[in-house]
Design a protein around this ligand. Structure first.
Ligand SMILES: [Ca+2]
Ligand SMILES: [Ca+2]
Ligand SMILES: [Ca+2]
Length: 262
């Protein structure tokens, strides 16, 4: 007796779930009892083994590699293994929609085209960390055995030291602030950035190094005060301040023009 409930669920799905629709068709005479049947079928499905499901969704390939920020979508092909008695609407959902996007989010299969694969496009969303990650795409329909696709998302961002402003002009004896941090979110690593003047005795830099902790708020900045020292000569100076960090972050150079006041 219970074995035929899943197919009833599919029939209800076909009537009440057009792509992009509200899920409730005013022309349907018995929507309330249909919803009740769907809810009952859903609870039955949770208790039933997969063997009781009559429709199986097929997704290929089973895993897909995407590159963060790429405009070339990865494609997954969706079809039904089994011929349904009526239209089946398949929902495409991502376990973590902050990592990728999917289009379309629904596909409709009819009893005549159920075996013809339909394409779904996937794009990986660029984030501000440097970490590759993975998530899953699930293709599901009420009463049908779902399919999942593992999405491997490659992160190709390059981390850089962030400094603002990118150049300073100071009179001898005057100071200005630099905001120093990282261009990316660091999840597990602390970064120490040292600031080295190109010439000794011309500038003070306080502090001369800053440490960005992985526990700091993402993209936080620290203030460094740069002071041009009074010297005895009458000459303007064209200096630089080099910001560097161990590891593979490239160094950044800030030009500092000092105007003599003597
Ligand atoms: Ca990234
Ligand atoms: Ca990432
Ligand atoms: Ca001077």
């Amino acid at each position: 007796m219970r074995l035929w409930w899943p197919s009833v669920a599919l029939l209800v799905s076909a009537c009440s779930g057009p792509p992009g629709g509200s899920g409730h068709d005013a022309a349907m005479p018995d929507a309330a009892s249909a919803d009740a049947a769907l809810a009952d079928a859903a609870s039955t499905d949770r208790a039933a083994p997969d063997a009781a499901l009559q429709i199986t969704i097929i997704a290929t390939p089973p895993s897909l590699t995407l590159t963060e920020g790429s405009v070339t979508p990865g494609l997954v092909m969706i079809r039904l293994r089994d011929q349904p008695g009526s239209d089946v609407v398949v929902d495409l959902t991502l376990a973590d929609p902050t990592q990728a996007s999917v289009a379309p989010t629904q596909l409709r299969f009819t009893p005549s085209d159920f075996a013809a694969a339909q394409a779904v496009s996937l794009l990986a969303i660029q984030d501000r960390n440097l970490v590759s990650s993975s998530t899953t795409l699930t293709a599901s329909a009420p009463g049908a055995a779902p399919a999942t696709v593992t999405l491997q998302i490659n992160d190709q961002d390059d981390g850089v030291i962030a400094v603002s402003p990118t150049a300073l002009a100071l009179d001898e004896g005057s100071s200005a602030n630099l905001q120093v941090g990282l261009s990316f979110e660091t999840a597990s690593t602390d970064f120490t950035i040292t600031l080295a003047p190109s010439l000794a005795g011309k500038l003070t830099v306080t502090p001369s190094s800053v440490t960005i902790l992985h526990t700091d708020p993402p993209l936080s900045r620290q203030t460094v005060v740069v002071t041009a020292l009074d010297d005895a000569d009458l000459v303007d100076d064209a200096l630089t301040l080099t910001l560097s960090s161990p590891g593979n972050l490239p160094s950044v150079t800030v030009p500092i023009a000092v105007t003599d006041d003597d």
